[in-house]
Design a protein around this ligand. Structure first.
Ligand code: PEP
Length: 277
């Protein structure tokens, strides 16, 4: 397993491509997809770009067994967690349970959770804290809906979501031990109107918001922290639009939904990220 490269000369931040499988893939299908992705990539690709899969809870143990048993150079994590650590919360999964499966990452505040499960900024902030308590790296999603974008409120909207989610955290909590290494947070800018719609943000639109988020991190936590936090774009990323999106100097990778279910397409996105990196 090659896990030596933690930063890139381009930005000092290691590109990260994370595949959000949403509610797809049984545990058996998850094994097949993970294997196919890894075997489609070279050691060099997996060294330069960090590749992560985010299966449903029911597939995590199988993915863990595969990744650790075969020493695969791919990371994995969950799509959500409870804000609580234990107790009478039927159906919930705690950060401790995910940590026990050696998950590295957990998505927090995905727009589908916000819209379909009523997660507001307070819930998202509590989940960020829960993840950090268990040494999981939250992939914190922020993003505006179509109305807000039409009214040109997207930058303010995303920075407000960021502020709310990071309220009360220290710079050390936000940056961890540095890009591509342990701890800290990853931010994902995911315009709601681009998720699963095929309508991708233009590279300039994506860069505008990612740059604003980095500036906001700098204001709140200092430039050293803002420089190491990775900011991803998500929303209808495909191999055909990856290079354009990743050219943005503040965009350090992608959170990929639909295209991550196709091993060849996802591997191609990872290869492009490795080339850009
Ligand atoms: C997502 O679910 O985070 C996502 C970005 O989905 P898609 O790539 O399908 O738009």
């Amino acid at each position: 397993m090659a896990r030596t490269r933690v930063t890139t000369p381009r930005t000092g931040r290691r590109p990260l491509i994370a595949g959000n499988w949403k509610m797809h893939m049984t545990h058996l299908e998850a094994i097949g997809l993970t294997q196919k992705v890894v075997f489609s990539l070279t050691e060099q690709d997996l060294d330069v770009a960090e590749v992560v899969v985010l299966p449903p809870f029911t597939a995590l143990r199988s993915v863990q067994t595969l990744v650790t048993g075969d020493k695969l150079a791919i990371g994995y994590g969950a799509q959500d967690l409870s804000m609580h650590d234990a107790g009478a919360y039927t159906g919930e999964i705690s950060g401790g349970m995910l940590a026990a499966l050696a998950c590295a990452y957990v998505v927090v505040g995905h727009s589908e959770r916000r819209a379909l499960h009523g997660e507001d900024d307070d819930v998202v902030a509590a989940k960020v804290r829960a993840a950090l308590r268990h040494d999981l790296v939250p992939i914190l999603c922020v993003g505006e809906g179509l109305e807000v974008r039409r009214d040109q409120g997207h930058v303010v909207h995303c920075c407000t979501q960021l502020d709310a989610a990071l309220e009360g955290l220290s710079a050390e909590q936000v940056r961890g031990t540095g890009a591509g290494a342990g701890g800290g947070l990853v931010i994902a800018y995911e315009p709601v109107w681009a998720i699963g719609t095929g309508e991708v943000a233009t590279p300039d639109d994506a860069q505008e918001v990612c740059a604003a988020l980095r500036s906001r991190l700098a204001e709140r936590f200092g430039p050293e922290t803002a420089e190491v936090v990775r900011i991803l774009y998500g929303g209808s990323v495909k191999a055909a639009n990856t290079a354009g999106i990743l050219a943005g100097p503040d965009i350090d990778g992608a959170l990929v939904g639909g295209a991550s279910l196709d091993a060849d397409e996802f591997a191609q996105i990872c290869r492009i990220a490795a080339d850009v990196g």
